[in-house]
Design a protein around this ligand. Structure first.
Ligand SMILES: Cc1cc2nc3c(=O)[nH]c(=O)nc-3n(C[C@H](O)[C@H](O)[C@H](O)COP(=O)(O)OP(=O)(O)OC[C@H]3O[C@@H](n4cnc5c(N)ncnc54)[C@H](O)[C@@H]3O)c2cc1C
Length: 371
């Protein structure tokens, strides 16, 4: 898949080689997300990836986002996911008619604010319709209270697309989405999580206590918000699968280079059949997953139904990525464990990928429902 947006390949290459490659070790060692990630991504225009050029963005199609996700995840899945999540909010706010929302979109693009999307709660993940954060209409404004957990960019986000229940008797039909300003009263940031890896993603939680949102801040009304979330999640599933392709390509490249260089029993490791076959299995799986990703991306760009295609790609990514990265580490012997290769990070992020935007089990639910 080639980039359609002129110059985007060079922008991504430049961002990765001049910045991300150096910074990923330093950041991960501090186990937190740094604002520098967004400030630098802004300089490269990456936070306006899908925003219209008339509003200062690059106006890239969805398939370019997928390609970018794959390329950046070769270096850091967590950084790529964080940047994409923030730019998603900027692009979404530009669709709003409210001038204030446009201003916030500009601030995200400038790297002054970070965006995130909050569905998950401490008591509801896979079962999104069971969220308990409540939104009550009182005197013409919405009063929102509740807790959100496992949110990408929660460490720094101040511009939040948040899902809340307006009427618990209506289930998913009662869920609406709101724009939350983390600088306003009623918003409280919680802890950032200490994980097995992937800290650049800034996963954490926050709570709202009688936070007041105007009618203008309702981005999607009850009945529509759930459908919007379920449609946009197909895009997320597709680029998460692409990011798994990226991590596997990087791991395979490292393992192959090692196998060519390293001699054992009188010849390069890669020429031993056991090693060659193991890596050729991985190469085949990557190619198959790339095909599923491309199909899903094309459907989304064509504004067609991508529910099944996205679920197939994400399920396959969930099944093959960890075994592939693990086999590449194995192929490099003890050297595969060196932190400089970032393969342990890839493993942790492959596990993250198996949850975000719907777990592997939820993908099986989608596919079996289709069958
Ligand atoms: C690093 C990270 C970043 C994230 N970022 C965001 C974000 O930005 N915004 C956001 O809203 N959420 C985010 N999430 C949350 C993610 O969407 C959830 O983790 C995911 O939906 C699964 O929910 P859960 O973790 O609560 O697992 P649970 O729903 O508690 O499920 C536990 C296990 O049971 C399985 N399971 C559940 N139901 C069934 C069933 N019917 N049949 C079989 N198995 C089942 C699940 O697949 C899972 O393996 C993030 C998660 C992580 C790890």
């Amino acid at each position: 898949m080639q980039f359609q947006t002129p110059g985007l390949q060079d922008i991504v290459d430049d961002f990765v080689s001049s910045f991300l490659k150096d910074k990923r070790h330093e950041w991960e060692s501090t186990k937190t997300q740094h604002m520098e990630l967004f400030q630098e991504a802004s300089k490269f225009g990456l936070l306006g990836l899908e925003t219209d050029p008339a509003h200062g963005g690059l106006g890239a199609p969805f398939s370019d986002k997928v390609k970018l996700a794959e390329l950046m995840a070769q270096t850091s899945f967590a950084a790529a996911f964080s940047i994409i999540n923030s730019q998603n909010v900027a692009a979404r706010l530009r669709e709003s008619t409210a001038q204030r929302h446009h201003q916030m979109a500009d601030e995200i693009m400038a790297g002054d604010r970070v965006g995130c999307t909050a569905l998950t709660e401490p008591t509801a993940g896979s079962d999104f319709a069971a969220i308990q954060t409540s939104a009550k209409k009182i005197d013409g404004v919405w009063e929102i209270s509740g807790n959100k957990a496992w949110i990408t960019n929660a460490t720094n986000a101040e511009t939040i697309i948040l899902y809340a229940q307006t009427d618990p008797t209506k289930g998913w039909k009662g869920i609406a989405s709101f724009l939350i300003d983390g600088r306003k009263a009623g918003f409280e940031r919680g802890e950032s999580y200490s994980l097995i890896g992937g800290h650049i993603i800034g996963a954490g939680e926050f709570s709202l206590s009688s936070y007041v949102a105007s009618e203008e801040d309702m981005l999607a009304p009850p009945g529509e918000a759930f459908k919007v979330a379920m449609t946009s999640i197909n895009g997320a599933r597709t680029y998460v699968a692409a990011m798994c392709v990226g991590m596997m390509k990087n791991a395979l490249e490292l393992a192959t280079a090692y196998g060519k260089e390293r001699n054992a029993f009188g010849k390069p490791l890669l020429t031993h059949q056991g090693m060659g076959w193991s890596l050729s299995d991985i190469y085949t799986n990557i190619a198959a997953l790339e095909g599923l990703v491309e199909k899903s991306a094309a459907l989304i760009d064509g504004k067609q139904d991508a529910v099944l295609a996205a679920a197939l790609a994400k399920k396959m990514a969930g099944d093959i990525t960890i075994p592939a990265i693990s086999a590449c580490i194995q192929a490099m012997g003890a050297n595969g464990l060196r932190s400089e290769h970032f393969l342990g990070e890839h493993l942790a992020c492959a596990k993250i990928a198996a949850y975000t935007d719907g777990s592997t089990e939820m993908m099986k639910e989608r596919i079996s429902a289709y069958l």
